[in-house]
Design a binder for this molecule. Sequence first.
Ligand SMILES: Nc1nc2c(ncn2[C@@H]2O[C@H](COP(=O)(O)OP(=O)(O)OP(=O)(O)O)[C@@H](O)[C@H]2O)c(=O)[nH]1
Length: 222
Amino acid sequence: RPEGLGLQCRALIGRVSRRRKMPPRPADFKLQIIIIGSRGVGKTSLMERYTDDTFCEACKSTVGVDFKIKTVELREKKIRLQIWDTAGQERFNSITSAYYRGAKGIVLVYDITKQETFDDLPKWMKMIDKYASEEAELLLVGNKLDCEADRVVSRQQGERVSSKHDFPRFFNILMELIHDGRCFLPHMPLEVPNKALSNSVLSLQPEPEVPPELPPPRMRCC
Ligand SMILES: Nc1nc2c(ncn2[C@@H]2O[C@H](COP(=O)(O)OP(=O)(O)OP(=O)(O)O)[C@@H](O)[C@H]2O)c(=O)[nH]1
């Protein structure tokens, strides 16, 4: 064994273990996002594609709620996203509505190939008005753009809904995350009406880094 190798190894191990002890830089912001919309529009698929880059072709319906965490960098700020995926079935509304309050961003999804999911939007808007915080920002998303041949909801119809409601709180944070490229929903074909971006991410108050609330038992499997 060449002389000094043992020493070198020890020195390397020392360096590695010192590096391991370095605590990760805490997030500058914590952001809770909730994904809502009718059954089967692709809420879980959006979340899983975003957090794990996976796509499940035959997912089971979500029961209650599920969540995932992802940390992203945006404009040199570290943002820890806690993404809540909710069941689209009405019978879970009493459970899912409890998760609206803490959300800073709400992604409301419909399926461009299923008229009824678009017709359900007013029902979801009522849920938002009733349970979500006034400051929450909303993003309307038409999903399953890869099924263009089966489209029944036009882009203009989506645009009309967003302008009819004309929420001042529409889009801001979430649009920034999308436009950042690396961030929210980068791989999925989506339809989001075009609106100006804002500085709202940077105007958020920093929040202390606390562990997420305990999730409900995971009752979903793919
Ligand atoms: N073609 C296509 N299929 C999709 C897309 N997103 C989701 N799906 C499929 O649509 C089905 C429903 O997807 P989910 O993600 O489970 O839908 P969900 O909104 O979470 O459903 P619930 O939990 O019942 O509310 C699954 O078979 C997915 O594979 C998409 O963008 N394109």
